[in-house]
Design a protein around this ligand. Structure first.
Ligand SMILES: Cc1ncc(COP(=O)(O)O)c(C=O)c1O
Length: 363
């Protein structure tokens, strides 16, 4: 994976994933600007030249239950991951990354010339993490362990005691643990703590993108210990340097109104999850873990090539899902249920019809 200069998954998502019935996205459908209470008069093009816009830092800190000096603002979780990794990893360092993984995490580590090691999140273990395996895989040169919680692509929630154990293993090796929590806020039925609370060597990345349908605001952030956060702010002067100020102001407005934005997301997911459960309950041609949380699930197609099935699904049913090859598990595919409920219900019916026809053709 040397000399990576692109993300194969993101290029596919931007250019090839579209279909009228779209189950290939992983976030809640876009929140309309007209529903955000802001007036043009309150927006300004230029903001203060500093490390962070104070009202935004304070809002993000309050949301993350930390002090503002632990927050580094970034353009989405995408830039948050890049900036965090760039601050923590030198060329040749070992970085231990989950498999299956969200492609850009692997690709950024490779772009930074890290030596990539892997640990498995096995479908047969409900995509949980095995801290014993991490303890075996970590080396004296490991500077960083990377994982997602909720897991992309499976939606699995990592157990807190496993995460704490990973923190201890990393601590002994002098490594940090980077946890991408961009989906974590979609666990509605139980309290969950950010892994930042589990130890001083945890670094967390997230954004308002997935759980709230606010991708266009690019309101991402890193939560890190204050000294490290300061280093990240300085490193960011080599990347984005200065953010879009109206975006910062709109993000503050969104944080102030997050209650109603969250309510909409919960309602949408409750409806779509019912449709997803009905879809799964009739199927003997798919197997594997079914998450109760978030927007994504990652079943295995028992019979036939997933790539061929995805082509068939698109061509005959105008419906798209994400082929598992983008997550290094080519016999799975990812279904996302964050879309408009009527569209999602129709897409799931089309997926079911496509699976029926696929099965009948193979019999
Ligand atoms: C695990 C994970 N991290 C980060 C991102 C990108 O998030 P953002 O839109 O906030 O940059 C995604 C998008 O799919 C993701 O799945």
């Amino acid at each position: 994976m040397n000399d990576v200069r692109e993300s194969t998954y993101l290029a596919w998502a931007k250019l090839r994933s579209r279909a009228k019935y779209n189950l290939a996205t992983s976030g809640i459908m876009g929140y309309p600007l007209r529903e955000l209470q802001v007036s043009w008069q309150d927006l300004e093009i230029n903001g203060p030249d500093a490390y962070g816009y104070r009202p935004l830092l304070e809002g993000l800190a309050q949301k993350s239950s930390v002090t503002p000096d632990c927050i580094v603002a970034a353009e989405g979780t995408s830039m948050a991951n890049h900036l965090a990794m760039a601050a923590l990893v030198e060329p040749g360092d070992d970085v231990l990354i989950e498999r299956p993984s969200y492609g850009p995490i692997l690709e950024v580590a490779s772009y930074l010339r890290a030596n990539i090691l892997r640990f498995e999140r096995r479908a047969e273990c409900d995509f949980q993490i095995d801290s014993d395996e991490i303890a075996q895989r970590i080396t004296p040169k490991t500077r960083l362990i990377c994982l997602t919680n909720l897991h992309n692509p499976s939606g699995a929630l990592v157990r807190e005691d496993d995460l704490a154990r990973v923190g201890e293993i990393a601590q002994k090796a002098g490594a940090q643990v980077l946890v991408d929590e961009v989906y974590l806020e979609m666990v509605y039925d139980q309290p969950v703590r950010s892994s930042f609370q589990l130890g001083a060597n945890f670094v967390v990345t997230t954004s308002l993108t997935k759980a709230y349908g606010l991708s266009g605001l690019r309101c991402g952030w890193i939560v890190a210990q204050p000294e490290l956060a300061k280093r990240m702010w300085r490193l960011n002067d080599l990347f984005g340097a200065t953010p879009v100020h109206p975006g910062e102001q709109l993000s503050v407005a969104a944080l102030d109104q997050l209650g109603k934005i969250d309510e909409r997301a919960r309602r949408l997911l409750a409806t779509n999850r019912k449709a997803l459960e009905a879809f799964f309950s009739g199927r003997s041609d798919l197997e594997g873990y079914r998450s109760r949380w978030g927007t994504v699930s990652f079943p295995r197609l028992i019979d036939g090539s997933v790539d061929e099935f995805c082509d068939f699904l698109r061509k005959r049913y105008d419906t798209s899902v994400v082929p598992g090859r983008f997550f290094e598990m080519p016999d799975h595919f990812r279904i996302g249920i964050g879309g408009d409920p009527a569209m999602t219900a129709e897409a799931l019916q089309r997926l079911a019809a496509a699976l029926d026809e696929w099965g009948a053709n193979r019999a």
